[in-house]
Design a binder for this molecule. Sequence first.
Ligand code: NAD
Length: 504
Amino acid sequence: MSEKFQNFINGEWKYSDSGEFSENRNPANWKEDLIGLFPKSTVKDVKEAVQSAKKAFEKWRLVPAPKRGDVLKVVGDLMTERKNEIAFEMTREMGKVNAETKGDTQEGIDTAYYAASEGRRLFGMNAPSELNNKMNLSFRMPVGVAGIITPWNFPMAIPTWKIFPALVCGNTVVFKPAELTPKTANTLIHIIDTAMKEVLGKDYIPGVVNLVHGSGRVVGEAFLADKDINLISFTGSTEVGKRINEVGGRELKRVSLELGGKNAQIVMPDANMDLALDAVLWGAFGTTGQRCTATSRLILHKDIYDMFVTRLTEKTSKLRLGYGNNENVDVGPCVSEQQRETVEYYVNVGLNEDKAKLCCGGKRAEDGDLAKGWFFKPTIFIEVTPEMRIAKEEIFGPVLSVIKCRDLDDAIKILNNTEYGLSSSIFTNNVNDAFKAVRDIQAGITYINGATIGAEAHMPFGGVKATGNGHREGGWTVYDFYTEWKAVYIDYSGKLQRAQIDNY
Ligand code: NAD
């Protein structure tokens, strides 16, 4: 019998009202490795979770912020103790290699310690008054109940980027993880609840964090419909993000969106070629290309194009595919059958519609044990032009499109020729070209001589154009999203001093 997992509502682990479950399977061995059964939750489950979060908010907002930070400190300690186990199980449920799932977990740990310390800052601002004997202050206040909706590609890091700052600011949380990665979500919520009990003791407040598993269509939509959810933080596809923004706009919910990407790496002729090659291999095929910051376009200067393509093809064909918890594996499977079908669809678009040239991969990988999973060979298209679909649309798999450019201006123009604007990179040893790229590239993140992937937890994270709606996660910037400003005027003159009256 496989283990049946539960939701977490109002401080209790409980089954969904539906009594139904969906399977969570290992994408590297989907027939033989059933990880567990997770609740298919209902609108009623969401309502119960939201009401418990609403009630808990009245107490949690009054817990001093440094103490809320102490909870996050213990969360960081518990995650550190369990890092290897979390990473092993995460690889099992979504496929990326163990070093990457350890990195995903470490990002959560770093975010926990950052949030813990923020409990002792959460700085407000003071400004002078325009009147005598009067003081002006402004404070950060929590917003209320935070609805958190996340994708499967960073099952630990992305939820922590949202939940930890939400909590330290005094908000309560209802969390809906991706259907493909429910187990990591259960572990995270279990850790947060353990830390709450340890720090708050007899003052423990049930309902500060709630977990509701299920589909976007039912559970996600119930978040949008619930008037008691005050803000929604969403990471996922641009299509779903637009829907959330529409409903959020109508209902005046605060909405933060982190959406798709079509990131590019530029290589100029003066660059260190070994470095640029290693970076593109890591950026394009790490996490099997299923990162929002993945390098899906490579823009090569014409003078190095042929040499670079030859060396890249050779290195790519040597990448070792397999189950990510085994030794010596470079690339894991696609996360699901559907994701592999999307990759196959785009390979067909590249070949038949765009008429680009395939120089590597382009097929399922089915030798030996690879036949048990959703593996796809790392794929490179060359002779790609900026207007082709494979140069413009997000594929979210191990597929790289290589485009030739004439010079730096042409490279930047090609890079910007996409509806998205998340990450970007340029390899050059010319300092003037590097700074010009920083100024002119339209993206939330630009790397000089580094791969497009690999954000640091204390830096702003997010994109421009169709990648988001202007908010940033990570570092200090995310705290603006989870707080409201309260302006306070203190008049100690003993008389009625009138502002907004012309005293001049
Ligand atoms: P997705 O949009 O299909 O799903 C994301 C989450 O939204 C899931 O939990 C899903 O159940 C939920 N959802 C689906 N329909 C919903 C609805 N109608 N209402 C509310 N919630 C709904 O995305 P995915 O396939 O899980 O993830 C891949 C996408 O995420 C890619 O486009 C990728 O670029 C993007 N992504 C972006 C970032 C970033 O920071 N910019 C990071 C990671 C992934």
